[in-house]
Design a binder for this molecule. Structure first.
Ligand SMILES: [Zn+2]
Length: 174
């Protein structure tokens, strides 16, 4: 995977269904509905959206995308901060209560020009194959991308549906 793709700074990407996505800024294109991501948007609030990572087919690998084009948590308004953390919290609850994963890693990199937060699930195969910890996330992502089977993709899409149901049952996140 290209370095700028990892940071979300490239101008195009191939999603895990094989579709090419073109954009100036992926975060803005998702916010405006200019590109469709695999499985669709899971949750959309006033300030933030939740979807699956478009490029990496790992069931429960989720991205919180802030709608506004900013690149730092320090630039968020109070409303945005509240919504972002609420979405992260509910997504984590969903992943755990639906028995998708017992543990997640949260990542936000300011080198990405558009603020997004990774919610990365841990699976036993990751620990067995690579080890545990933030330094393995890139290797795990590349491995998942290169070794995706039809079943993994089906499972990833099915988890997206389950999390969407979870969010719709929660209502307005309160
Ligand atoms: Zn943007």
């Amino acid at each position: 995977m290209k370095e700028e793709n990892l940071a979300g700074n490239s101008k195009s990407a191939i999603d895990f269904l094989g579709n090419k996505l073109d954009f100036d800024c992926m975060g803005c294109a998702i916010s405006r509905g200019n590109i469709a991501i695999p499985g669709g948007i899971i949750y959309e609030g006033n300030c933030a959206m939740l979807g699956a990572d478009p490029e990496i087919p790992i069931p429960g690998f989720l991205i919180v995308n802030v709608k506004r084009h900013v690149n730092s948590i320090s630039e968020l308004s109070k409303e945005e901060r509240h919504e972002v953390i609420d979405v992260i919290a509910i997504a984590e609850k969903a992943l755990k209560e639906l028995n998708i994963t017992k543990e997640v890693t949260i990542v936000q990199e300011e080198r990405s020009k558009h603020l997004h937060v990774w919610i990365f699930p841990n699976y036993d195969w990751m620990t067995e194959k690579f080890g545990k910890g933030i330094k393995y996330l890139r290797d795990i992502s590349e491995y998942a991308q290169q070794n995706a089977t039809e079943d993994t993709i089906k499972e990833t899409l099915s988890v997206i549906e389950k999390i969407r149901d979870y969010f719709s049952n929660i209502g307005d996140l309160k």
